[in-house]
Design a protein. Sequence first.
Length: 321
Amino acid sequence: MSAMAPTYEVRTGELDGFETLTLRAPGGELEATFCPRAGMVGCSLRHGGEELLHLGAGLREYVETKATMGIPLLYPWANRLAAFGYEAAGRAVSLDRASPLVQLEEHGLPIHGLLGGSPYWVAEAPHADEHGARIAALLDFRRHEDLLEAFPFPHELRLEVRLAGPGLTVATTVTPSGEVAVPVAFGFHPYLRLPGAPRREWLVELPVRERLVLDGQMVPTGEREPVSYSLEPLGERSFDDGFASLEPGRPFAAEAAGRRIEATFGERYPFAQVFTPAGAQFVCFEPMTAPANALRSGDGLKLVAPGERFEAEWRLTVEAA
């Protein structure tokens, strides 16, 4: 009789008083932890026992102040809006700047959507076998008046995370549940780090062809300029830039100290933000379905009609270099 193949696992745990779900590869070489009741945020990614996420001031601080960390979902808009109102799918919306759902950036503009640290996610039953591990959670906008006031487009939002082989796949599904189309302008903000080497030595690969021109408030103007980057050390460079015309099939990557992290965006993520302030010990390769401010500008904005659904995937892969 042949030996049974080693299986993946999903383990429950607790962090800062919140229940967590950890997907674990056989042997524990790769582990990923998410917290459904804290925004379904990714709050740990460990490879060979070492943490690969910048966790800031921790999960509790993220829930209480929306100080992003780990792998947060930016929804229903990624990064900045240029003002406290927008018009999309035939509906005009005014955002309440005093709302506890709204986070402000350094210019006083709304940033990162409405779901930072949200307790509204409902976890589904996890699954694990010899092929991989899977967790998922659902958020129904119809059940939450505060969300509908700021984003009046009834729909269900589902987030599924799968661990298989050396990679973690994050799949997001938007399904309208009302009579109006749902605008799609979300993204993710993974804070990646490479322990064992200073950031100046990290080799960074950016598979982009165009940079979005930004105004003084870091909002895209609608103009683009050609760019090209070679695989080279991050050095003293810093980034807070939006990009378009991503090279199909090529990953964003960071490599150092014998480890390589790749972020590969599916075709439903045609835009990206790269963020690493000077001296920061992290780099963010952010998949975006539309550029920042798309709810106002309409640039790259997609609409999901009733009876249809929108699905987007991106993947993190971690391997020895």
